[in-house]
Write a protein of this length. Structure first.
Length: 280
C-alpha cells in the first residue's frame, strides 16, 4: 500500500511543513523548498535543515518529496531562460539534499515553438548538466508526466523514455505519475483492465522500477483533452476505482501518493479519508 498524503505549505519556514502534514494525518508529504513563483530565495541554512529534520522525525511522516518551481523550463529555446532554469534547478537539488529529500518532481519543460524533438533533447541536456553539477547527491530529478497542454513536453511515456534514454546515469532519475495529467494525456486507468494495460505500457516504455511517486488527482476534463485541471477524488471523470487500485497495488507500496486536489485542507481531509477507506 502506498504512503498517502498531500502537498503542504512551507509558509513561515520549511521546517513547519512536517507539522502541517501531521495535522492532516499524512504518511507522506510534498513541499516546495522555496517560493515556487520567484526565482530568488533566501538560502537554506544548516539550522533550517536541522529543524526540518527534527520536526520530521517527531511528526511520524515516512516520506517527503519536493516539487520544483513553476518558473523553471529545462527545455527552453531561450538561452538566458535555460541557463537561469538550470541554475535554479541545481539550487533546488542542493536544498533537497540538505533536507534529505530523495525526489525532486519537475515538469520536463516546454519547447515554446522549437519543436518536440529539440525540446526533448534540450530537457535531457539540462538534466544531464544538473546531474553533473551535483555528483554524489542522493536526490533524484523526478520527471512528472504532463497533460500536454500547449507546448508542454512529457505527455507520453515515449517522450519521457526519450529524455531518459539520453541521460547517461539513469540510476539518478525517476518518474512521477499524476493521475489527472495521465488521463488528460490519453492514459485510461478507470477500470481494472485499463489500469493494467496502462501500467503495462509504462513498464514497456520506461520501466516500473523508475516509478517512485504519484500525484493522486481526479479531473473533470475528458480523456485525451490535454487540459490540466485537478478535481477532488470521485468528483470527476476518473471516479474512485483508479485510486482504490493504486493504494492497494503491492508494486507501489513504498511510493508516496500525494494529493494536489483543490479546496484546501478541508478537502484534503475528505480525500485522505477516501483513500484510507480503500485500504484492504
Amino acid at each position: 500500500m502506498g504512503l498517502i498524503g498531500a502537498h503542504v505549505s512551507i509558509a513561515g519556514g520549511v521546517w513547519k511543513a512536517p507539522a502541517n502534514g501531521k495535522a492532516l494525518g499524512c504518511e507522506a508529504v510534498q513541499i516546495f523548498t522555496k517560493n515556487q513563483r520567484r526565482w530568488d530565495a533566501k538560502p537554506l541554512t544548516d539550522d533550517d535543515a536541522a529543524l526540518f529534520l527534527r520536526n520530521l522525525r517527531d511528526s511520524g511522516i515516512k516520506s517527503v518529496i519536493a516539487h520544483s518551481s513553476y518558473l523553471i523550463n529545462l527545455a527552453s529555446p531561450d538561452k538566458e531562460l535555460l541557463e537561469r532554469s538550470i541554475l535554479s534547478f541545481i539550487d533546488e537539488m542542493h536544498r533537497c539534499e540538505m533536507l534529505e529529500i530523495r525526489n525532486l518532481v519537475f515538469h520536463p519543460g516546454s519547447h515554446v515553438g522549437s519543436g518536440v524533438k529539440k525540446g526533448l533533447a534540450a530537457a535531457a541536456g539540462s538534466i544531464s548538466e544538473c546531474l553533473d553539477q551535483t555528483s554524489g547527491f542522493k536526490v533524484k530529478p523526478t520527471i512528472e508526466i504532463t497533460a500536454g497542454q500547449g507546448s508542454n513536453l512529457g505527455c507520453s511515456f515515449e517522450q519521457i523514455a526519450e529524455i531518459m534514454g539520453a541521460i547517461e546515469d539513469r540510476s539518478r532519475i525517476a518518474v512521477c505519475y499524476d493521475t489527472a495529467h495521465g488521463f488528460a494525456a490519453g492514459y485510461d486507468i478507470r477500470t481494472e483492465e485499463s489500469y493494467g494495460l496502462t501500467f503495462g505500457m509504462f513498464e514497456d516504455a520506461i520501466g516500473l522500477k523508475y516509478l517512485e511517486c504519484f500525484h493522486l488527482n481526479d479531473t473533470n476534463e475528458t480523456i485525451g483533452s490535454n487540459v490540466d485541471r485537478h478535481e477532488n477524488l470521485g468528483g470527476g471523470q476518473l471516479g474512485t476505482t483508479p485510486f482504490n487500485l493504486l493504494v492497494n497495488d503491492a508494486r507501489f507500496e513504498k511510493c508516496p501518493m500525494i494529493l494536489e486536489t483543490p479546496g484546501g485542507e478541508g478537502m484534503y481531509l475528505k480525500n485522505l479519508a477516501i483513500l484510507r477507506s480503500f485500504r484492504k
